[in-house]
Design a protein around this ligand. Structure first.
Ligand code: ATP
Ligand code: MG
Length: 455
């Protein structure tokens, strides 16, 4: 069986023949082309694992041909052949995405060695991708948008901690997705078939919270006309999510501590111990450590719940997520409202990118909901996006360099979104060389993989 399909492009028929023979005897499947048309025709019908290109083709330079091939087969390693030994053009080719180069005349063993190395490299990359896909398949996080590296890291951590039973402590600003992540942890755990019970400790009036959590016996207090099972008991064999745990009063904290230590408790007014098997996930948008210092939160409880911390970064620190989140919410609301809305106009998206999002993802969700509700057109224009707040108006002006860097980063994110992570295309649209474009990606710490989508 062939160990790889290789396309060789050179206008010298003797060289083509020679290379073909060599590679075939090394078990590769070889297609040759002596013109650019031939090369472009070949990649229309089939995929190649690697290609070898002469830099000085008769009618065209090999670099632009390489870029065109990369549009069809992104990620295909290309080895450049150069007749004149002019290092500059070969270096330029490498900058623009070639894997390596050889100067003519070359030792066929060098060629074989480079081919092997390039293919091995590619195999490793696709193996990593396959494992990543497997991971995301096994744990269904498809409803969580995580393009940015920061959110990818969060999901990786969540994947690892889902299977174990330790208490998870999710913290982050309001609207960053804490509840969503708590649910994902439950759904990825072995408890997923059992209940997920959520309670917002800040939303329940203090006197009721205790009986809500632990249940009560009939007659335990005025109005307790029948005994009730508490949420801890309802969550038996499942997960209990204690949201806004920082709002819990000190007496209830004491009771919770005991439950966490012993997994058993007395219902309010009850004398019979209730035993439960629950996994506990807590969330807070407060700085609990500061609350511990102020003695508003028990230190021992803090250490009990602070076993595995998960931090959700604010949206303004991961703006790469904005285009996909906007798209995600757009699809959600157009379906709900049965409206034909296809997308966002570039200037509307830009407005979203420039906003600071104090309310994080929830604010973005509301923004899109409003725009979808209001629009009469198929495309959401800036008119309905963040109009009242104004994208820039109430933020203090930044120094020019910072503002320019922000703009540049947002611009590149949009380009990559449009080009689905294809650097050749994105660089072309930006009017930049690939190498310079890569420098920009590095400067802003952006990864093209995060923008790749299946067509
Ligand atoms: N990464 C994400 N992908 C898709 N939707 C998200 C994401 N993060 C948040 N959301 C959505 O944004 C909204 C707010 O998220 P969530 O309620 O989980 O935030 P929260 O951190 O619990 O907020 P709060 O502190 O105000 O309770 C929800 O509708 C949630 O589904
Ligand atoms: Mg919440």
């Amino acid at each position: 069986m062939a160990s790889g399909k290789i396309l060789v492009v050179d206008d010298d028929p003797n060289l083509l023949e020679l290379v073909k023979m060599r590679l075939e005897s090394a078990d590769y499947e070889v297609t040759t082309a002596s013109t650019e048309e031939g090369a472009l025709g070949a990649v229309k019908g089939q995929a190649f694992d690697l290609s070898i290109l002469d830099l000085q083709l008769a009618h065209r330079d090999g670099i632009s041909l390489m870029e065109e091939l990369h549009l069809v087969l992104p990620g295909m390693p290309v080895i450049i052949l150069t007749a004149y030994g002019t290092i500059e053009s070969a270096v330029e080719a490498m900058k623009r995405g070639a894997y390596s180069y050889l100067t003519k005349p070359f030792d066929p063993r060098d060629l074989l060695f480079q081919i092997e190395r390039a293919l091995e490299n590619r195999r490793l990359n696709s193996e990593v991708q396959r494992l990543k896909d497997l991971l995301s398949e096994r744990f269904d996080f498809s409803n969580i948008i995580a393009k940015s590296e920061k959110m990818q890291k969060v999901l990786e951590a969540v994947t690892q901690i889902a299977r174990i039973d330790s208490t998870v402590y999710i913290h982050g600003e309001s609207g960053t997705g804490k509840e969503l992540v708590a649910k994902a942890i439950h759904l990825s755990s072995e408890r997923k078939a059992n209940p997920f019970v959520a309670i917002n400790c800040a939303a329940i009036p203090e006197p009721l919270l205790e009986s809500k959590l632990f249940g009560h016996e009939k007659g335990a207090f005025t109005g307790a006309i029948r005994s009730t099972k508490g949420l801890f008991a309802q969550a038996h064999e499942g997960t209990i999510f204690l949201d806004e745990i920082g709002d819990m009063s000190l007496p209830i904290q004491a009771k919770l501590l005991r439950v966490l230590q012993e997994r058993q408790f007395y219902p309010v007014g009850g004398e019979k111990l209730v035993e439960v098997d629950v996994r506990v996930v807590v969330a807070t948008n407060k700085d609990l450590e500061a609350q511990v210092k102020q003695e508003l939160f028990r230190e021992d409880l803090f250490y009990r719940i602070h076993v595995i911390p998960v931090y959700l970064p604010p949206l303004r620190e991961r703006k790469e997520d904005i285009p996909s989140l906007a798209d995600h919410f757009l699809k959600k609301f157009r379906q709900q409202m049965k409206k034909e809305v296809k997308g966002l106009s570039p200037s509307a998206l830009q407005r979203l990118m420039l906003h600071d999002w104090p309310g994080n993802v929830r604010e973005l969700e509301n923004t899109i909901e409003y725009a979808v509700a209001m629009t009469q057109q198929e495309v959401l224009t800036e008119e309905y996006v963040l109009q009242t707040k104004g994208a820039l108006s109430n933020e203090p002006l930044k120094p020019l360099k910072e503002a320019r860097d922000d703009y540049e980063k947002n611009y590149i994110i949009q380009l990559l979104e449009i080009c689905r992570g294809n650097v050749s295309k994105a660089a072309k649209m930006a009017g930049k060389y690939r190498a310079d474009f890569y420098d920009l990606l590095k400067k802003h710490n952006l990864k093209t993989e995060n923008f790749k989508k299946p067509e």
